[in-house]
Design a protein around this ligand. Sequence first.
Ligand code: SRM
Ligand code: SF4
Length: 562
Amino acid sequence: MSKLHPNEALKENSNFLRGTLAEEFADTSNGAISADSQQLSKFHGMYLQDDRDVRADRRKHKLDKAYSFLIRVRMPGGSVTAEQWLKMDYLSDNYANGTLKLTTRQAFQLHGVIKFNLIPTIREMHTVALDAIAACGDVNRNVMCNPNPDLSSAHAEAIKLADDISTHLLPQTGAYHDIFLEGEKVASSEPEEEKIYGKTYLPRKFKITVAVPPSNDVDIYAHCLSFIAIIEDERIIGYNVSVGGGMGMTHGAEDTFPRLADIIGFVTPDQAIDVAEKVVLVQRDFGNREDRKQSRLKYTVERMGADGFTTKLEEYLGYKLQPAREFKFTHNGDQFGWSENSNGNANLNLFIPGGRVVDTADYPMKTGLREIAKIHDGEFILSANQNLVIANISPANRKEIEALLEKYGLLKALDSSAMRLNSIACVALPTCALALTESERYLPTLITELEETLENCGLRHDAITIRMTGCPNGCGRPFISEIGFVGRSPGKYNLYLGGGFFGQRLNKLYKESIAAEEIKPTLTPIIEHYAKERNEGERFGDFVIRTGYVKATTAGNNFHAK
Ligand code: SRM
Ligand code: SF4
């Protein structure tokens, strides 16, 4: 008989995710928590980490690792008020490492929060209605959506769905309130239960997005479940549903692979939440609970087949999905610069390199955004590409905000090459425990090197998607970029080419384990070739397939085929 993964018993016996977390967070005699508590703390949005830059040195001096925690905030659609922005800015300075990280799933992360400061940080977040519940762990995570809710009524409907799904699938346990907020949740006389998840929650993390075509900025094909808005006469008449996308894999293990989601049908707006719940239930009941490397929804869909999965889903629903409708995506990057809302207000989509909001000697970005937040009466919306939209700027405020943008140089980054504007790098070193090499700290330098080639070829303004991750877990969604780098070992990367420009095709391994200094000489002739011989409108990812640099990857299960 197969054996359940130990995390299953841990969840089951944790008293709905409490375990010994309260006791361990209260013990400040050391900066860490036990291995079991590390697993449970993820459900409350936090990870134990250590500063890997100083790990070796501390080991040499027989010192403990330099422990601290990452806190990830749940914020459906990436939207926060100016007041919430200011609070996170304050917390990053006073309880974390001074930076605010905007993630690839439209969330904030604080890095470097020491154990002693965890509870005060969560309490401060709570005062502005922000929390970290279910930001990580084997549950549905932050629900993503296009970052322009007021662009049209359809956008507003889409963000409402993202919000409603997030609320519907939120764990019911009062553990977070008990541990961090002195049991502030209103006590119920009913015995505690998790109606949707049950005591063992899901086999693994679960991710949902809502997209508004033609923008695929949330990268629907990389997620467990997505709703693609089908719009007629500026209203959403329903959603195509896709299931089974995911990025993570393990080097050398060919039964792990990135996979694109399958579109399985169309549902009306009033069915969407029910469909989200039932997809979660099918995964709860049929997902693999023995091997966590095979437990994501993408492998459940792969095992059952998209048709088999749909049949099971329809059994749970008690009705059939309608055939999927026509739609078209044209890009998966952000639409930078100004846009006008239907309500007369304006939005500004800024480029935030690596999603890291920080002040440096020559670019006081964090201060600039803080000054804007002090007068802004709209929202700040994090994009799925680690960037930021200052949303809903009222005509009365626009002049003053423009002056601040100018003063703090916030618009300068928008003059970057189109490759830089279409880049994503995951966090990696020094905080990520799983990083095999650099990513966020290296990709900007690499792009500077490549920009020389782009400039010489006249391609500075041609968008090419480029993404880097420090390991194959795929947090920057590198396997659907036109040029993807995935960390292999210190200073070495696998180079993947041929992803689809709007995230519709996986890329393919072109060169294995190349050293950082080999990247420019390897890519330059290909970029030059593209500049000379591309067809009218041909994307880089399509070109490298047509001209034979790589074969097209047609499905996740042939990702590893040469
Ligand atoms: Fe991720 C684990 C950072 C988006 C796939 N991810 C991690 C951890 C928590 C490392 C760990 O387990 O110890 C990283 C923390 C690093 C740090 O110091 O901050 C981490 N992931 C991130 C973020 C911050 C990357 C970024 O630079 O923005 C993103 C936070 C998103 C959020 O707000 O929730 C982030 N992670 C993703 C994505 C992209 C997405 O979902 O759109 C993926 C690929 C999609 C997918 O899930 O398949 C992703 N992260 C993973 C995986 C591989 C999962 C798998 O199926 O194998 C891991 C490792 C794991 O779960 O075992 C992981
Ligand atoms: Fe860490 Fe790997 Fe994710 Fe990058 S891709 S943040 S290195 S787990």
